[in-house]
Design a protein around this ligand. Structure first.
Ligand SMILES: Cc1cc2nc3c(=O)[nH]c(=O)nc-3n(C[C@H](O)[C@H](O)[C@H](O)COP(=O)(O)OP(=O)(O)OC[C@H]3O[C@@H](n4cnc5c(N)ncnc54)[C@H](O)[C@@H]3O)c2cc1C
Length: 208
């Protein structure tokens, strides 16, 4: 595929990388991506669940989904994954910032139509999104598989960027009498809530 996306960093290039392993680390640490594409000159950015399987990103949706149908038709897309790791309180609004890790993957997604590949791709999604869950669930039916559209985007044209560490203040601000530093941010799971119609005697599995 001809590469059109410009992945060369211009601003804050020292924070950027094109290292595949670094991209995989960021991708594997997330569960939500934003899929960007353009239809009739109008850009859309749609949040979705995803999983990485080797060197491709997998997304799924209804066969009726405009996004899935559009991407399957071969239009270019950009999938972004972001983790915000901290609020960086500098001594000026100008230098205040965020610590983050992000990846952008560009390209054309391939529709997954083979039923066995569909099944293994759905398994990869479940394993990534809800580790441990799949072995307890019944197999997807053919009807369910037919109602599900799956796309694989190759992780070939991509870029990673991250900011870490304390504020970068201007020298002239260093004697300001205000607090400066970083408030770390982290996404954590809360206490599971049983389904109201849970069968009696079913306890919460360890993988929760
Ligand atoms: C959580 C978060 C908050 C941010 N907040 C701001 C903000 O408020 N203001 C601001 O200016 N910037 C912010 N950034 C940085 C922002 O994502 C851009 O990197 C920055 O604005 C430079 O954009 P540019 O188009 O000039 O980059 P350029 O360097 O011109 O981009 C060229 C190419 O570099 C790659 N690239 C650029 N940025 C990223 C990225 N974040 N991740 C992966 N690849 C990238 C892409 O391939 C892109 O096509 C934030 C980033 C994150 C993750």
């Amino acid at each position: 595929m001809t590469q059109i996306a410009d992945t060369k960093f211009k601003r804050e290039a020292k924070r950027g990388s094109h290292d595949f392993n670094q991209a995989c680390q960021v991708l594997d640490a997330g569960k939500v991506c934003h899929v960007g594409f353009t239809l009739q000159d109008q850009p859309y950015v749609v949040p979705m669940a995803y999983a990485r399987l080797d060197d491709q990103l997998l997304i799924h949706g209804s066969v009726a989904s405009r996004l899935m149908k559009s991407l399957a038709s071969g239009i270019r897309c950009c999938v972004t994954v972001t983790h915000y790791d901290g609020l960086v309180y500098a001594r000026s609004t100008f230098n205040s910032s965020m610590n983050y890790r992000s990846v952008m993957v560009f390209g054309i997604a391939r529709p997954i139509t083979d039923i066995d590949e569909k099944r293994s791709s759905i398994q990869a999604l479940v394993d990534h999104l809800m580790p441990g869950r799949r072995l307890e669930l019944r197999k997807s039916t053919i009807k369910e598989l037919n109602a599900t559209s799956l796309l694989a985007l190759p992780i070939e044209t991509f870029s990673c960027k991250r900011r870490t560490g304390p504020p970068s203040d201007s020298k002239s601000d260093l004697d300001a009498k205000v607090w400066a530093g970083v408030v770390p941010l982290e996404l954590t799971a809360g206490e599971p809530v049983d389904a109201p119609d849970l069968l009696p005697g079913i306890t919460r599995p360890d993988y929760l």
